[in-house]
Design a protein around this ligand. Structure first.
Ligand code: ADP
Ligand code: ZN
Length: 622
């Protein structure tokens, strides 16, 4: 079995070896076993069902929620010579009929369908007629109401188990905390399935969080400084800020497009196609965008507003750097975001238990923002994984955050909150603490409080940071039923009484911004010759892609092109050893790419002999 799998891996997919748990999963499913696969985005989940689909007799049926994703996955498989197809509402009746006929005639190895179609009676009848290799349920977290992407039609997928008892089922997802995992197992009837939980670490992603002051300008400097001309995603909370940010970036000369649910479906699809199919486009989007984005060379994901939870944050940032090359996850955050999200949660119609859970999730996220620890350690902790060493590739590792014992400051602040009646916001409280003249203070008699002016030694900025940290740390909460004043929580009492310390972090000054400076490097040496070869290979790829109307990366990933630049294959057999070059792609494109490589090396020889000629001439003159 394993030999056959390895053989297909090399000849069809063009990969030299399996990654992580892929081999174990593929063996298990090819043998007829059920599996639940948790792997981070970019971990290589698709291979876990695509390869068994080719090993097992019959047609593999893949339930996948997104039409755009199906189209690209199928295009990518066809490039490798795999008989793949999809059935969804984007097809004409006659196209759809052709594919069903091909399925009936056993000419399709992998069939992608939307879950709502999969469960229609006509489709199930079609399945009754054929041999089914396996069922794959992609984005399986959609079955859970806890997840961020619940889709009711997923609930019906439990029928598959009853109706096709002998057919192995594999459910895959990149995102599932405890409750979501439990839901997947229960609702899809996967109690017997073997679980594969792959490492969640994405070492090539550099995480950083900056304090928000002028968000658009900060974003612009981040992009210009780190990612000129590269593809990225910018997430904003509201449609309005999506539109504003996209047009602002465009005014500054960047290629930025908006994406949100308030736009027409046609325009939205068009922007998504441009992002997916062209190089160097920035997508400014609400979270409506992204699930199933299969673009491997997204170089950065930026959050201008807080995501909903640490879980969504990890999922959203996971769209960066799927090709394994360096990428940045950058977030700007400030106190106002916290207040706004809390207010949205409070106002929602959800049940109390649900709200409480959401609040908890928000608090976990805030703790991440305010941490002085390695951010990767905090993230992996959350997913139940242990990273013993600091990662060295996040802002707090690169520019360590200074912490100090802020117990006294916290006591002053908390006591000020208490004595002013727990109804004022941070701005007013800071004025009282610093003894700043403010006409309201004497009106309330707060200039006579013992806390008046006790905090004059800290700046306004330092106090805001402390208040933010106390909210993030759960010592204070924002009263949203009243006027948004700060109130003490139960956790404040021991700090106030001096029984528990309060460890504070000093906001890094401008230094943090340069922490993410490291530009992602392709994996070849950056000489002018290499650079121009790289461009030539990309041009060829783009030309081939345009001709077939597919995104460039389904021809070859950036990583494959970079490997060609660094290793300079000179023959078809050498070309076959490049990661991502399988037999079909070799047959289709090998010659064309070899020719570009050959031209480049001729030019280089020419240039070198000119230089040596010049050298010998000057040597002669001397
Ligand atoms: P996921 O669905 O888990 O987000 P994909 O299945 O899209 O990830 O895989 C991510 C990338 O990794 C793809 O570009 C894929 O071609 C590549 N990949 C997957 N498995 C391997 C492997 N064994 N060797 C090299 N590249 C791989
Ligand atoms: Zn770190």
């Amino acid at each position: 079995m394993s030999d056959q799998a390895r053989d297909i891996l090399r000849t069809v997919f063009g990969f030299p070896s399996f990654r992580g748990e892929q081999e174990a999963i593929i063996d298990h499913v090819s043998d007829g076993g059920d599996a639940l696969v948790l792997m981070p985005t970019g971990g290589g989940k698709s291979l876990c069902y695509q390869l068994p689909a080719l090993i097992r007799p019959g047609t593999a049926v893949v339930a996948s929620p997104l039409i755009a994703l199906m189209k690209d996955q199928v295009a990518a498989l066809r490039q490798m010579g795999v008989d793949a197809a999809f059935l969804n509402s984007s097809l004409t009746p006659s196209e759809s009929y052709q594919i069903q006929r091909a399925v009936r005639e056993s000419r399709i190895d992998l069939l992608y369908v939307a879950p709502e179609r999969l469960l229609t009676e006509p489709f199930l009848e079609l399945l009754d007629e054929i041999e089914i290799a396996l069922f794959a349920i992609d984005e399986a977290h959609c079955v859970s109401q806890w997840g961020h992407d619940f889709r009711p039609e997923y609930l019906q997928l439990d029928q598959l188990k009853e109706r096709y008892p002998g057919v192995p089922r594999i459910a895959t997802t990149a995102t599932a905390d405890g409750p979501t995992r439990k839901d997947i197992v229960e609702r899809l009837g996967l109690q017997e399935a073997r679980r594969f939980v792959a490492g969640f670490d994405r070492p090539n992603i550099r995480y950083s969080v900056v304090l928000k002051n002028s968000p658009k300008q900060q974003l612009l400097s981040f992009i210009q400084g780190n990612h000129p001309g590269e593809a990225g995603i910018v997430y904003c909370l509201s449609r309005r800020s999506v539109d504003e940010t996209a047009s602002w970036l465009s005014e500054k000369g960047l290629r930025a497009l908006p994406y949100h649910a308030g736009m027409g479906a046609v325009q939205r699809q068009r922007n998504q196609d441009i992002f997916q199919g062209q190089d160097g486009v920035i997508m400014v989007a609400t979270i409506a965008f992204g699930m199933g984005i299969d673009k491997s060379n997204v170089r950065f994901v930026a959050h201008l507003d807080l995501p909903k939870s640490l879980e969504s944050y990890y999922q959203e940032t996971g769209r960066a750097g799927r090709d394994g090359l360096p990428a940045n996850a950058w977030m700007a955050y400030g106190m106002a975001d916290v207040v706004r999200i809390r207010a949205m949660l409070e106002a929602s119609q959800a049940e109390d238990s649900h709200k409480r859970m959401e609040m908890q999730r928000l608090n976990t996220l805030l703790a991440y923002c305010e941490t002085a620890r390695c951010r990767r350690q905090v993230l992996l902790d959350y997913f139940g994984e242990d990273l013993p060493e600091k990662c060295g590739n996040c802002d707090t590792c690169l520019v360590p955050v200074e912490t100090y014992d802020g117990s006294q400051e916290a006591q002053k602040a908390l006591s000020c909150v208490y004595r002013t009646g727990q109804r004022f916001g941070a701005g007013y409280l800071i004025d009282v603490l610093r003894g700043t003249p403010n006409e309201r203070i004497p009106r309330f008699g707060h200039d006579r409080l013992p806390t008046f002016g006790v905090g004059a030694d800290l700046s306004k900025k330092e106090w805001s940071s402390l208040f933010r940290q106390m909210v993030a740390g759960g010592l204070l909460r924002v009263d949203l039923e009243g006027y948004g004043g700060l109130q003490l929580t139960a956790a404040a009492a021991p700090v106030l009484r001096g029984e528990e310390p309060f460890q504070a972090r000093r906001d890094p000054s401008g230094r943090a911004a340069s922490a993410s400076k490291a530009r992602p490097q392709a994996t070849f040496e950056e000489t002018p010759e290499n650079q121009s070869l790289w461009e030539a290979l990309r041009d060829l790829r783009l030309k081939l892609a345009r001709r077939q109307n597919v995104p460039p990366y389904v021809i070859f990933h950036d990583t494959a092109l970079a490997e060609m630049v660094s290793r300079r294959p000179q023959s078809l057999p050498e070309m076959l050893t490049i990661t991502g070059v399988g037999q079909t792609k070799l047959d289709k494109y090998g010659e064309a790419f070899l020719q570009v490589l050959e031209e480049a090396s001729e030019e280089q020889d020419q240039a070198e002999s000119n230089t040596s000629k010049n050298l010998s001439i000057s040597a002669g003159v001397l």
